[in-house]
Design a protein around this ligand. Structure first.
Ligand code: FAD
Ligand code: NAP
Length: 551
């Protein structure tokens, strides 16, 4: 438990919050500018997502060679990924390697949580406070707090009464937890639940999966990487990175054929026989091979029927197959899940599916979980119940900009900013992969690097130009918010039947707004570069306080 003792003020050029991939790379770049930076991290080590999410089966859904830093050629050459889609321990090792290789730890304060950030108009500085009583003063603050770093626990009656072990996938203990032979409940069937199901099933005495909404999930093509694979990638990294940066979702796809660029062929014009042929050949893959599935509800419904057919083939018990089949929301509304043997797990004798639509929770009690139909007893309850995504970690910090305006209040009707990078009224406060940027719709390491590079260039520009402050004009912010909303229109992401964390729908009371920018990684990068090339068009720089004040 952290004890806060008020401390003397310390001054820095930049305070960075978070030591995941974004915070690590930001620190490295700030050092390159000769700036004095400090990183504040709540965990006791680096890695962010890959530090916290240690549940069995946690794994990347992007190929390892693509989900890695590109900023250092030697790093690229010296690191050897062992699998096509790396597991959590391997990615965590990689993040630690990066921290050590670039000697980053000496400027990171661990087990410390930032509690507030307040802009002081007079000094043009941020005052950042922590739960250890630190008072950090800096002209610039970078929020590298993560989009999926604010865990959500459901509000089910009696949760504290359970006598066994309760655990969240996103807060899995470092020392692990022995599930061997145990009676385990798993609540939630998003990516975390789907990834952990087969792994828990392998070791638990019995696994009961509590599902509220069935999931669209596609089989991973994971396999070990050979020396030959690695040699090939290492010889071609430059092209791969270039392709990633210009792509739509930050994935070159050339290496393995997984999650490639959006298709162009259409499903609707195919005859039933042609559709069946594709389905027989590609299985689940057939339901993400056609462009119109993402934009045309009729095509989407056809694809759903195809998806259901494959589930029926995979899952032996017809009733379980029926329950596992999504029926009331489109493919492409939520983040596609990538699994290893998910549906196969339900053919095991030690796995049971409980459909919460048939039998909702009544309560958690001393021995387990009571639904409207049964009492289930457990040794362990695992909550795979997701995150307050994109805005959660930021809103937990009391951020106050000009005139004491609270960021949380400014964003009460949904996040508003320019390019996903900065919000009007909050000068010199950058967000990495914030709402309004491609962020969670992309291979995030590509988007993180792009944001960090852009922020670094911006700070270098300001220094050379003699600027003290930067923030977007309200006009630029309004235009960007309109654009972000407009490009999402007509996609499955915002279909009325879609309820995803992208829309904030998983958090009670959170306003419904599609938060990430769907315009594509390549196009977005170009836009950001153009803005910079035009002297930070849409931003108000330096001593233009009067102009901003008059908005
Ligand atoms: P994070 O890794 O979330 O790091 C943020 C850090 O900030 C955390 O360590 C947190 O403790 C710290 N922090 C937050 N608030 C405070 C505060 N107030 N004070 C101090 N510290 C604070 N993306 C992909 O592209 N591909 C994938 O396959 C993929 N898999 C994922 C799997 C899981 C289980 C999850 C949860 C996410 C996954 N993501 C994936 C998204 C993933 O979050 C990003 O890829 C990336 O790791 C984000 O890095 P980050 O540094 O921006 O944020
Ligand atoms: P999630 O997708 O939000 O899934 C949460 C699950 O918990 C849902 O099935 C939800 O059901 C269920 N749930 C929540 N509250 C509940 C309640 N009160 N009762 C019953 N069920 C409840 O969260 P996640 O699985 O952690 O994934 C979040 C994101 O993290 C992913 O979309 C992805 O971007 C990233 N991630 C990636 C990977 C990877 O493959 N690399 C792995 C894990 C996470 P409803 O759908 O009915 O709300």
């Amino acid at each position: 438990m952290t004890v806060a003792v008020e401390k003397e003020r310390e001054t820095f050029d930049v305070v960075v919050v978070g030591a995941g991939a974004a915070g690590l790379y930001m620190l490295h770049k700030l050092r390159g500018l000769g700036m004095r930076a400090v990183v504040i991290e709540a965990g006791d080590n680096v890695g962010g997502t890959w530090y916290w999410n240690r549940y069995p089966g946690a794994r990347c859904d992007v190929t390892s060679v693509e989900y890695s830093f590109s900023f250092d050629k030697e790093l690229e050459q010296e690191w050897n990924w062992s699998e096509l889609m790396a597991s959590q321990p391997e990615i965590e090792r990689y993040m630690n390697h990066v921290a050590d290789r670039f000697d980053l730890r000496r400027d990171i304060r661990f087990e410390t949580r930032v509690t507030s950030a307040t802009w002081a108009e007079g000094s043009r500085r941020w005052l950042v406070t922590t739960d250890r009583g630190e008072n950090l003063v800096a002209p610039q603050v970078v929020m590298a707090t993560g989009c999926l770093s604010s865990p959500l626990k459901p509000d089910i009656d009696g949760m504290d009464a359970f006598n066994g072990t309760s655990i969240q996938t996103s807060l899995w203990p470092k020392e692990g937890i022995d599930l061997t032979g145990k009676r385990v409940a798993l609540i939630g069937t998003g990516s975390s639940g789907v990834q952990s199901t087969p792994e828990i099933a392998k070791i638990a005495g019995h696994l009961t999966v509590f599902q509220r909404t069935p999931t669209y999930t596609w089989p991973s093509m994971n396999r070990p990487l050979t020396e030959e694979d690695l040699a090939k990638v290492k010889a071609n990294y430059e092209t791969l990175r270039e392709t990633q940066r210009k792509s739509r979702v930050g994935i070159a796809g050339s290496f393995n054929g997984a999650l490639i660029e959006p298709p162009t062929a259409k499903l609707l014009p195919l005859s039933p026989e042609e559709r069946q042929e594709v389905l027989d050949k590609y299985g689940f893959g057939a339901t993400r091979m056609f462009a119109d599935i993402a934009t045309d509800m009729e095509a989407n419904i056809l694809a759903r029927e195809m998806y259901a057919q494959v589930v029926r083939k995979m899952v032996h018990d017809p009733e379980t197959a029926r329950k596992l089949t999504p029926i009331d929301y489109p493919i492409g509304c939520k983040r596609g899940v990538v699994d290893q043997d998910y549906f196969e797990s339900f053919n095991r004798e030690n796995v049971t599916l409980v459909d919460l639509r048939d039998e909702p929770f009544v309560a958690v009690n001393e021995t387990g979980i009571k639904t409207t139909k049964s009492q289930y007893d457990f040794d362990v309850i695992v909550y795979a119940t997701g995150f307050d995504a994109m805005t959660g970690a930021l809103n937990k910090i009391d951020i106050r900009g000009r005139g004491g305006e609270k960021l949380k209040e400014k964003w009460a009707d949904g996040p508003r900013n320019y390019l996903g990078l900065m919000a009007t009224g909050f000068p010199n406060l950058f967000t990495i992969t914030g709402p309004g940027s491609p962020s969670v719709l992309s291979n995030m390491l590509v988007s993180i690097e792009q944001h960090v590079d852009w922020i670094t260039d911006c700070l270098a520009f300001m220094r050379a130009d003699g600027d003290e402050t930067i923030e977007p004009s309200l006009e630029a912010e309004d235009r960007w918010v309109d654009h972000v909303n407009q490009v999402a229109e007509g996609t499955m992401y915002v279909a009325p039947s879609c309820n995803s964390w992208y829309l904030g729908a998983n958090v009670p009371g959170k306003v419904r707004q599609f938060m990430p920018y769907i315009g594509g990684v390549g196009a977005y990068r170009q836009k950001c570069d153009e803005v910079a090339a035009k002297g930070y068009e849409g931003f108000v720089l330096g001593k233009a306080r009067e102009a901003v004040g008059a908005r």
